[in-house]
Design a protein around this ligand. Sequence first.
Ligand code: 8OZ
Length: 371
Amino acid sequence: MKHVAAETGVAPLFEPLQAGALALPNRIVMAPLTRNRAGPGGVPTELMATYYRQRARAGLIIAEATQIRPDGQGYLDTPGIHSEAQVAGWRRVTDAVHTAGGRMVLQLWHVGRISHTSLLGGHAPVAPSAIPAEAKTYTAEGFQPVSAPRALERDEIPGLVADFARAAERALDAGFDGVEIHAANGYLLEQFLKDGANRRDDDYGGSAENRMRLPLAVTEAVTEAVGGDRVGIRISPVTPANGIDETDPQPLYEAFIERLSPLGLAYVHVIEGATGGDRDYRPFDYAALRRRFPGAWMVNNRYSPEMAAAAVAEGQADLVAFGRSFIANPDLPDRIAAGAPLQKADSSTFYGGGAEGYTDYPFLKEAEAAQ
Ligand code: 8OZ
């Protein structure tokens, strides 16, 4: 396949890379994708094991966002990593992926204010400040506006940090090769970072230094728990996802990356522009972030294979995460190597349901055989 890749100009995507402790055979990463197919109690299912096993040809699989504790859940049927049953369920998934030759990290998630009382035993979501988001979430009653949050008390913060670290330990117990901290897309850690959601007047709000304090404490605790070389972090400096906003993202994120750099992280994963939307949503100098980070640099948001190969060849990125293309093409790296056409993802089956639109996208060989 190597010679075909060279002909199509995508060869840079098939150079191996050591990212911290993660030995990656190619640069094509499966992005974390919420699919709302966990079983009762947020336990990963056999069907999820099949779905991820099918995608084991990725250089790295980032498992879907997974709540670190019950109040970190914001949508129906998302998986957790806080109960023994969830750990056992994930163990079946990681075994399946490893047996198929893959590598997989778990995305550690707390939604903060992006939740609904019906998912939280009647309680209000927790957030840096009691400011409701202009956003909807998916509940047993369908899409609903998120519930008004309450501000976390200062003395609740150490427990939150410890719960992230414990979730990271559980992820390794469940067989994951590492973890990715979800600090993007308007969820809890980004709510602390960005001034549109954080109006705290203690040492976790106000200045950029103060707003970075919780995300940094979480990253340090997770790093202490499992080793920085097994930790990545996902950021989205300018996204408006889930009603989030920041007045001055450039200096905030430059300072954040400078503070992350000494922790020896395996990678930083950046969503460029508006999540799932306009890459040029707001001007931002991503290269200025990259210059400040010594580890692997992963980019995401609507990359075609050709754009991805150019980004790697020109040194703008080490790794490229693909979302929609990995939903619709389980063997995406093989298709890219062969220059084969990509199947299109059906958005009506993204969230919830069963095997349809989940484990039934054909592999290249099946697609050819069917013609
Ligand atoms: C789509 C639907 C629900 C959650 C994110 C975890 O945006 C998500 C998510 C995406 O990071």
